[in-house]
Design a binder for this molecule. Structure first.
Ligand code: ADE
Length: 239
């Protein structure tokens, strides 16, 4: 998977992602993250990339030329027109299922805006996907791009040490994950549930599934209509 982040703050993206699991995956050659500085494509000697909005109003708008220049150099280099994700609170809300879809791509471009946004004309020309990471407003698209890269990367085969670990986690089948415990067996007078110490895998699986259903009903009842529940589980929730 190759990520190409078009940004005015390349160091923010690179410093934030070259650590931990993502850093190791890069070393293994499973991922590559490049940050392309939009300012390198500025069209004036002062390297300015923003200007006042036509029609007036607060703040500055990123000019179309530098963004288009950065995109064109990249697509020439790749020899194709890649999928371009523009991070904006006006976009479709990011989700685990969208992450699964993106994890199958070979190249993904993230376009990060700043100030009051980017000139609409260049967005119309190059953007294929408008994506938000939630209903709140941030100062730029870099953090959303990093959130998405983190989430997508852990779905790329080989990135997580254990491939099955992305399979039985929160949002799988629209259910939250069951609670986890490790040593010690008793902590502050609270014991690990008996069944997890029993070694009986059938009972453990049954308990975990039940906990997932109960948790989802408690914390995210909005997910339940999308979960594939048995008649018995539906009954359990009525009690
Ligand atoms: N840029 C500013 N806020 C954002 C958000 N919530 N999601 C994506 N991009 C953004």
């Amino acid at each position: 998977m190759n990520y190409h982040v078009l940004t005015l703050f390349p160091q923010m993206v690179l410093n934030g992602l070259h650590t931990s699991i993502i850093g190791r995956a890069e070393e293994k050659g499973l991922l590559h993250i490049e940050a392309i500085d939009i300012r390198d494509y500025a069209e004036n000697k002062h390297m300015r990339v923003d200007d006042y909005p036509y029609g007036g109003g607060a703040g500055m708008v990123m000019q179309p030329g530098p963004v288009y220049g950065a995109y064109q150099a990249l697509s020439d280099r790749l020899g194709k027109r890649p999928r371009v994700i523009y991070l904006t609170p006006q976009g479709r809300v990011f989700s685990q299922s969208l992450a699964e879809e993106y994890s199958k791509e070979e190249d993904l471009v993230f376009l990060c805006g700043h100030y009051e946004g980017i000139d609409e004309r260049v967005l119309e020309l190059i953007v294929t996907d408008y994506v938000s990471i939630g209903d709140y407003v941030l100062t730029g698209g870099e953090l959303p791009a990093m959130v998405m890269i983190d989430c997508i990367s852990r779905l790329v085969p080989g990135v997580l040490s254990n491939d099955v670990s992305a399979e039985f986690e929160t949002f799988h089948d629209s259910l939250l994950e069951y609670p986890q415990y490790t040593r010690p067996e008793t902590f502050m007078e609270k014991s690990v549930p008996e069944v997890l110490l029993s070694g009986h895998h059938g009972n453990i699986d049954k308990w975990r599934r039940e906990q997932s259903v109960i948790r989802t009903a408690k914390f995210r009842p909005d997910l339940l209509p999308f979960a594939d529940l048995s008649e018995k589980e539906k009954e359990l929730l009525k009690t």
